[in-house]
Ligand binder design. Structure first.
Ligand code: C2E
Ligand code: CA
Ligand code: CA
Length: 711
């Protein structure tokens, strides 16, 4: 809102009613608001009520005279600068002086020239406006000065048409370590680091040549002590009183630079190992692919996946796992540092890159590969290096890695495709047994298609409840009696024939079907126990396998108990076979589920014992009844492979833990008699019977109890 648009208010005070009226008329003609008062007291009241822009006071008034009113207004803060005119006698010099010393702006001599009064007021009001503006500008300048001086930015003001410093604020002086005496008159260029001077002059050019009003760029300033710091500088050019003046606002960007660096690091490097991360790997590989397109050589992408990191994490804790990953990263780095590894592959060492994709997955990119075979050597070296025993917190750990290799351009021309191929190859390597490697080939895709079909068919078979269960007798060798059975699932495929569980259990696990499968097998076993009971066959228990994946289900306990009670059998008749690795997987939750099951009298056996990593103390945590010695150990008994030692050790351990023992996979008389000597009572194996259908099982038991020993 500009002052001109607002009607101004003039306060007039005179005890002479006629002159008051005349003043009002004149001023209203000049478009002023007029407020009048008949004496000094009223004048003050009106002053406070109307806050006039100008005041016209007769010198002689009752109550308070003009001088008194004038002084009083001047004391008021808002009245300090408003124009006050006092009407005096024509030659009354004394009064005129008194008026000025009371703070009057001007005086009007009687008789008043009515014609000029309006102009006079207009003039004093305009003058007052100008004064007020000037005062505001001064205030602002003072404020600005303080702001500039105290700004955290470094601010420089230069002389006319130059970069000679006229003023540098506190921040600038402090950061540079120079005082104003030193800086005064020096060119800003003197403060720029030597290596940056040329760039500085170039960047300044548009402003220097008046082509631009402002330039912003980054440079380095040098301090009094010789150190430098990065800054963002903004130089602004204005013209003041005809001459160009420059102002520079400089921001110390040391922190920003550091943050930028850190951000770049975080975005591109793995914090744990310091290796390039997935993003960096992808970016770099994309660049390499571009380069290689113009040459004849190949790029090899190795997908490296540690086989047993999860075990370490679970048994020794994640911080140990992290330490292990760091060591693996070091080993991988060393692998490509060794020049003999790259052998004939010239220039390769400088072009190879190791990254951590995440978890226990690493990639190695080898560039300029002329011969696919040459990569095999690198793979072997990596496996050797990873496989060397590691010392970690008093434990000796042996890691293995599965490695898949894919080549550009043979297997794909872009990052995603080739990474997927290498991953597929790795997956196949892992399936072929740990610590192996595979080069990608297209048939792997076909295999995964086959797998997908298998998954769909398995889903259908489960929905129709068409899986069958075979039972393998467990025999007490002291009495020769069949005391139990292990339920083993079978899939009678219409086209493929009998598919063994080793093929489809993993499919069920990965496809999320294992919970349903496990429930069906348990239900089948429960119904079978009932059916056999009706035929007079009483077993101590039937063992049912439970996959580690089933333990991830929140209600495994509930559903097991539900199936058992629905079939009306005693929970004691069921033994759940849990693999050693399932016990290792999710310790706390598994322990809890098993305790609940034990509390309901369901039996628990450790299956495949000896193949995992479990220690005595670890096993103690679990509420176990039986320990099954894995057939791999039994098959080493006899035939001079000194499996006897291991088996006796396992037996001793089981006894120490107060566990019953079941030996499985007994195939020879030699094995049987060894176990007998060791005091093992329950055995299971082809020598006694293969897993058989339920009706055959009943016949087997009947033959058996009729005295026909099965061995
Ligand atoms: P497992 O639990 O170790 O089962 C024992 C396996 O050893 C069975 O193989 C059995 O047929 C086989 N076997 C028994 N005696 C001998 C012997 O004297 N010599 C040899 N060489 N093998 C013998 P199968 O039936 O092929 O089962 C393989 C695996 O599939 C099982 O190993 C088990 O881990 C899994 N499995 C079977 N049924 C189920 C099930 O219902 N649920 C789950 N989760 N897994 C199951
Ligand atoms: Ca088993
Ligand atoms: Ca087993």
């Amino acid at each position: 809102m500009s002052d001109a648009n607002v009607k101004k208010t003039v306060l007039i005070a005179d005890d002479d009613a006629t002159s008051l009226l005349l003043m009002r008329q004149v001023l209203e003609n000049f478009d002023y608001n007029v407020v009048d008062a008949k004496h000094g007291g009223e004048a003050m009241e009106r002053y406070y009520a109307h806050r006039p822009d100008a005041v016209l006071l007769d010198l002689h008034m009752p109550e308070k005279n003009g001088l008194e009113v004038c002084s009083e207004i001047r004391v008021d803060e808002a009245g300090e600068h408003i124009p006050i005119l006092i009407i005096t006698g024509a030659d009354d010099v004394e009064s005129i002086n008194a008026a000025f010393s009371a703070g009057a702006t001007d005086f009007l001599a009687k008789p008043i020239n009515w014609h000029l009064l309006g102009y006079k007021i207009r003039y004093v009001l305009k003058n007052a406006d100008t004064q007020a503006q000037k005062r505001r500008a001064e205030d602002l300048a003072e404020q600005l000065g303080t702001v500039v001086e105290n700004s955290s930015n470094e601010i420089f003001l230069f002389g006319e048409n130059s970069l000679d410093i006229k003023y540098a604020n506190a921040s600038a002086r402090k950061n540079l370590g120079y005082d104003m005496d030193y800086l005064s008159g020096r060119s800003l260029l003197e403060l720029v680091s030597k290596s940056e001077k040329e760039n500085f002059v170039m960047q300044m050019e548009p402003v220097a040549s008046a082509e631009k009003k402002e330039v912003v760029f980054e440079t380095y300033l040098q301090r009094g002590d010789g150190t430098g710091y990065p800054v963002e500088i903004r130089v602004h050019r204005t013209v003041q009183q005809g001459a160009p003046v420059h102002l520079a606002i400089i921001q110390d960007i040391t922190r920003r630079k550091k943050t930028e660096e850190r951000m770049r690091y975080l975005a591109y490097y793995d914090a744990l190992t310091g290796l390039p991360n997935r993003q960096f790997f992808k970016d770099q590989l994309a660049l390499l692919i571009d380069m290689v397109k113009r040459s004849n050589s190949k790029i090899a992408v190795l997908f490296i996946d540690l086989d047993n990191l999860k075990r370490v994490n679970d048994s020794l804790g994640h911080s140990m796992g992290d330490m292990l990953l760091k060591q693996v990263a070091e080993r991988l780095k060393n692998c490509i540092r060794q020049s003999d590894v790259v052998g004939k592959m010239s220039r390769m060492s400088s072009q190879s890159m190791i990254s951590r994709l995440g978890g226990d997955e690493f990639t190695l990119v080898l560039n300029h590969v002329e011969d696919r075979k040459a990569v095999d050597g690198v793979v072997k070296r990596i496996q050797q290096s990873i496989g060397a025993p590691l010392q970690l917190g008093g434990h000796e750990i042996v890691l293995t890695a599965s490695i898949g290799v894919a080549f550009i351009p043979d297997d794909g021309g872009d990052v995603e495709t080739v990474l997927k191929c290498a991953d597929t190859a790795m997956y196949n390597a892992k399936k072929a047994g740990r610590n192996s490697f595979k080069n990608y080939d297209k048939s792997m895709e076909k295999r995964s298609l086959v797998r997908l079909n298998l998954e769909n068919e398995l889903r259908r078979t489960l929905d129709n409840n068409q899986l069958i269960v075979h039972y393998q007798p467990q025999i007490n060798i002291e009495t020769g009696k069949v005391v139990g059975a292990e339920a083993l699932v079978r899939w009678q495929h219409p086209a493929e024939g009998m598919i063994p569980p080793d093929t489809f259990i993993s499919v069920a696990e990965e496809a999320g079907l294992i919970y349903q499968l496990g429930s069906q097998v348990l239900d089948n076993a429960c119904r079978q126990i009932k059916a056999w009971e009706r035929e007079g066959i009483e077993l101590q228990q039937v063992a049912v396998n439970v996959s580690s994946v089933q333990f991830q289900h929140p209600d495994l306990f509930g559903s097991i108990m539900d199936i058992i009670s629905r079939n009306g059998i005693s929970p004691r008749k069921i033994e759940l076979e849990v693999t050693e690795s399932a016990l290792m997987d999710d310790g706390e939750k598994t322990v809890q589920t098993l305790r609940l099951l034990r509390s309901m009298n369901v039996k628990i056996a450790v299956d495949d014992f000896g193949t995992g990593y479990s220690s005595l103390s670890y096993l103690k945590r679990f509420p176990l009844n039986n320990l099954k010695i894995d057939k791999a150990f039994i098959s080493d008994v006899g035939g001079g492979r000194s499996g006897e030692g291991i088996v006796s050790a396992i037996i001793a351990m089981a006894r120490c833990l107060n566990l019953g023992i079941v030996a499985e996979g007994v195939e020879t008389a030699e094995q049987l008699s060894f176990l007998q000597k060791q005091g093992v009572k329950i055995v299971q194996g082809y020598m006694l019977s293969k897993p058989i259908a339920a009706d055959q099982f009943a016949k087997f038991v009947q033959r058996n109890s009729a005295g026909q020993k099965s061995y």
